[in-house]
Design a protein around this ligand. Structure first.
Ligand SMILES: CC(C)(COP(=O)(O)OP(=O)(O)OC[C@H]1O[C@@H](n2cnc3c(N)ncnc32)[C@H](O)[C@@H]1OP(=O)(O)O)[C@@H](O)C(=O)NCCC(=O)NCCS
Length: 376
């Protein structure tokens, strides 16, 4: 004979098993893998969910994943009460490490063929909702009752880091937002239903006294992961760059336009036609770019740009010298060329300082420029 208590537990277990969910006892057993479930009766977790060690699940957390879907939580996340994570109909959700998800009923929902990837150290707070194909890079945040569909938040440093320019992208406010890309060090505040005037701000605006350059920087070959940080760099310095070099055009600064351009650059690089580099400070922020384009017959043309706030500290000189070394040692080049408009004193001083010699004036798009060459 069973006691009334036993029958309640048995029924509860059967209900959960029939739906592919872990029983309360199985949830408690997760403690053997370092997972803390504070109230196993109010927490619902599908058997198919993969949960890493050191996660804490507060009361009322629901993590669903049907047979066609995929849901993985890395280590060390905290899921606050009311959080709902749901991958259904072939959806995929991946959460990295050490993220804070909740309070206030945060929802992460991936439906048919949708994929949501959340990096490490992300904060989703106060009723944030993430749907569609979304990529929330390391250190990014959604703060507020925001329904974010198919958004990309640039990866960066944790929100506690002293350099606001290096922190992950942020969405704050209340409302709906779809298809936006917020770069590293940027924040899109006051989210509203009409995002046609979408214009992220620098997080630095709110922390003007924060330190800037940080340790480093180092030169890295361009990869897909640099997208958010590169976009933030280009946005922040658009006015500074267009003073000396042609503007990249409005389309470049839109999420789709930028993503397409970034993909195209990586394809050209994979073909060996170009070599792109970003100069990244020790805190993960892009502070400059040095590129080699039109690789042919052992030669290529060099181009460069440094963030306005980090200029005149020798960054371009160090980076150009390093790219010259790479060009000879790794890319098999024997000469580099460059052009500079006649009035660009900074660029001309840089070329002179890094061993380029003038080879004569010519016209590019109607403008007189000085051509340079350096043998490696
Ligand atoms: C050109 C640019 C990359 C220089 O970057 P930077 O990090 O400030 O350069 P560095 O600090 O390494 O300085 C290199 C040389 O340029 C000189 N220089 C830098 N800025 C200068 C300026 N505004 N006016 C005159 N000389 C300048 C430095 O004094 C140094 O010369 P020196 O060693 O003889 O003293 C930067 O100004 C930039 O991005 N400009 C906008 C984009 C651009 O013009 N790109 C080049 C297109 S051809």
């Amino acid at each position: 004979m069973t006691t009334p208590d036993e029958s309640v537990h048995a029924r509860l277990d059967r209900l959960r098993r029939d739906r592919g969910l872990l029983t309360p006892a199985e949830l408690l057993d997760l403690a053997e893998h370092g997972v803390t479930v504070l109230d196993p009766f109010s927490v619902i977790v599908s058997r198919r969910v993969e949960i890493g060690p050191d996660n804490v699940l507060h009361p009322g957390v629901v993590i669903e994943c049907d047979e066609r879907s995929h849901c993985v939580l890395g280590p060390g996340n905290v899921l606050y009460g009311g959080t709902r994570i749901s991958a259904t109909d072939g959806g995929s959700i991946t959460v990295g490490a050490s993220s804070l998800i909740g309070d206030g009923g945060t929802r992460i929902l991936a439906g048919a063929h949708e994929s949501i990837t959340i990096g490490d150290g992300v904060r989703l707070m106060d009723g944030a909702e993430v749907t569609g194909d979304s990529l929330l890079g390391h250190g990014s945040q959604i703060l507020g009752r925001i329904s974010a569909r198919s958004v990309e938040l640039g990866a960066g440093l944790p929100y506690t880091h002293p350099d606001p320019d290096g922190r992950g992208g942020v969405l704050t406010g209340t409302g709906r937002v779809a298809g936006v890309l917020v770069g590293t060090g940027e924040a899109l505040g006051e989210v509203s239903d009409d995002m046609s005037d979408f214009e992220p701000e620098r997080q630095r605006l709110y922390h003007p006294e924060a330190p800037r350059l940080g340790p480093g920087p180092t030169l890295e070959r361009l990869t897909a992961e640099h997208a958010g940080a590169v976009l933030a760099f280009e946005r922040e310095n658009r006015d500074f760059f267009r003073y000396s070099v042609p503007d990249r055009g409005d389309e470049y600064f839109t999420p789709d336009g930028f993503a397409e351009r970034h993909r195209a650059l990586l394809a050209e690089q994979a073909d060996g036609r170009c070599h792109f580099h970003v100069l990244v400070n020790g805190w993960g922020r892009v502070v400059g770019r040095v590129n080699l384009v039109d690789v042919a017959d052992g030669s290529a043309e060099i181009g460069y740009r440094i963030a306005e706030a980090d200029a005149r500290q020798g960054l371009a000189r160090t980076a150009v010298e390093e790219v010259c070394r790479l060009a000879a040692a790794s890319y098999g080049l024997s000469a580099l060329t460059a052009v500079s408009s006649l009035g660009n004193e900074a660029s001309r001083a840089l070329l002179a300082r890094t061993g380029f010699t003038e080879v004569g004036e010519r016209r590019v798009d109607g403008e007189k420029v000085m051509a340079y060459r350096r043998t490696l």
